[in-house]
Design a protein around this ligand. Sequence first.
Ligand code: SF4
Length: 225
Amino acid sequence: MGFKFVFGPVMSGRLGRSLGLDLLGGRICSMDCVYCEVGATRQHTIQRAPYVPAEDILDELETWKDEGHQPPDMITLGGLGEPTLNTELPYVIEEARKLFPGVPVAVLTNATLMPDPQVRSELALADVVLPSLDSLVEEECERVNRPVPGVEAATVADALEQFRSEYSGKIFLEILLVRGVNDSERNLDRLADFCRRNAFDRIDVVTLSRPGTERSAEAVDAENA
Ligand code: SF4
């Protein structure tokens, strides 16, 4: 059958054979990154809500399981927007685990909601959290990530640091560099300090591999990525 909220599995260097769950059902995000591969954000918000009821997502996941596929290496919550915006995130994590015992659950996040202790406690239910953090220079963050007004890179970074100190699971940090936007020495120095201070389990520094939302967004040279 055709699925709305379950996609893949896809092979991922970081997660293996990863089965994706979309928790938003549309382009709902607290950012509107110039490099986003799923298109421009339509609902730009940091307001949490049950954008898609957990039961709808879990019903599809159960159907996928009943089709008899080989279990994935990882169930990854992400999709068309920022998954922590969905207030049903903890329920999806717990029930996905019941459907696929032994398969770890990962969450992709832009970390903008991490300053909220409730969101950090929900993320702590996952086995792997994959935050992105592209710039610690506020003007660059504005240009590359275009977050909702009020989101500051420094606050997000502090919250990520706090989460690292509270959480015993794995954190795979991703930094995406766009040429002439967030590849400044100032940003790279700040990110290097940030990474040295925090024991992340993995750090990937990447650049665009496909066209983003903005055609002007370009990849950096390989030696800078
Ligand atoms: S945070 Fe992720 S989903 Fe949201 S706009 Fe950026 S790349 Fe796209």
